[in-house]
Design a protein around this ligand. Structure first.
Ligand code: HPA
Length: 274
């Protein structure tokens, strides 16, 4: 399924009447990040099913609702629930909400996710501010017909993740004593988790965390010239000397606990940005 520019415009037209004439930050909330929603003074919510050309979400922990509101003086548009490639969605569907975001005139994008940590120093529940990514998913979301209204056919991929935001978050994390890392996120198809050999190899290849999302969204946002930030909650850590099973429930549990930290950090960031 390839979406046209006009289809994205149709979805944006349903949302735009709810937006104030202010500068918005768009946030894509990963699984288990729902605690962040309690911080938002909600103005309006739209289930994805009510948005033109949107499919429905299926994975547990994903509610599939777009929230519009204010978070500590920051106007936010929050995509709560994302489409994953492993669910069988095309890369175009996975990245459609990002296209719609841009057509709403929003340029700032924060992508959140749960990720498996590859560094010995990582602990479950710590954060990783993404400074770069490796696209290890089997497809690129820009493959296929090109509409120049979206941006370049061959977007540059230097400086995808905003360095100034990483600096600001790092300062705040130190102040708030939130354990954090700055690293490279490697995006995989999933849904099976990685074998020990794969985790070890990805680490050798330069990755610090692995997950099943975010990369396609960042590629599409980069093509459209958006300012991008990425925050991973490290939900499980690969330890070659003590192999532990990873379960989806365990991942969600850690993220739910750490989502409070993430929310606290973001609240401080929004207050500071004013
Ligand atoms: N691998 C891939 N995706 C993940 C992981 C992992 O270990 N943890 C959370 N999402």
């Amino acid at each position: 399924m390839v979406y046209t520019y006009e289809q994205a415009q149709e979805a944006a037209a349903v949302i735009s009447p709810w937006l104030e004439d202010r500068t918005y930050l768009a946030i894509v909330l990963g699984s288990g990040f729902d605690a962040c929603l309690s911080k938002i003074d909600l103005k309006h919510s739209i289930p994805y099913v009510e948005l033109p050309h949107f499919p429905t979400t299926s994975v547990m922990g994903h509610s599939g609702i777009l929230h519009i509101g204010t978070w500590d003086q920051q106007e936010v548009l929050v995509w709560s629930g994302r489409f994953h490639y492993y669910e069988g969605h095309s890369m175009q569907t996975v990245t459609f909400p990002i296209r719609v975001t841009k057509l709403l005139g929003i340029n700032d994008l924060l992508l959140t996710n749960a990720a498996g940590g590859l560094l010995e120093s990582m602990r479950p529940g710590s954060l990783m501010f993404i400074r770069d990514h490796i696209n290890f998913q089997p497809e690129n979301p820009l493959r296929g017909p090109h509409d120049p209204r979206w941006g370049p056919r061959f977007p540059d991929m230097n400086h995808v993740y905003d360095a100034a935001w990483i600096t600001e978050w790092s300062h705040l994390a130190k102040q708030l004593e939130v354990p954090y890392h700055i690293g490279v996120y490697l995006g995989l198809q999933g849904p099976s988790l990685e074998t020990p050999a794969e985790y070890a190899w990805f680490h050798q290849a330069g990755a610090h965390a692995v997950g099943m999302s975010t990369v396609p969204e960042a590629i599409v946002a980069r093509q459209m010239g958006m300012r991008i930030g990425g925050i991973s909650v490290i939900s499980n850590v690969f330890n070659p000397y003590e192999l532990a099973d990873t379960t989806h429930e365990g991942v969600l549990e850690v993220v739910r606990t750490a989502a409070d930290r993430t929310a606290g950090l973001l609240s401080n960031w929004f207050n500071q940005r004013q």
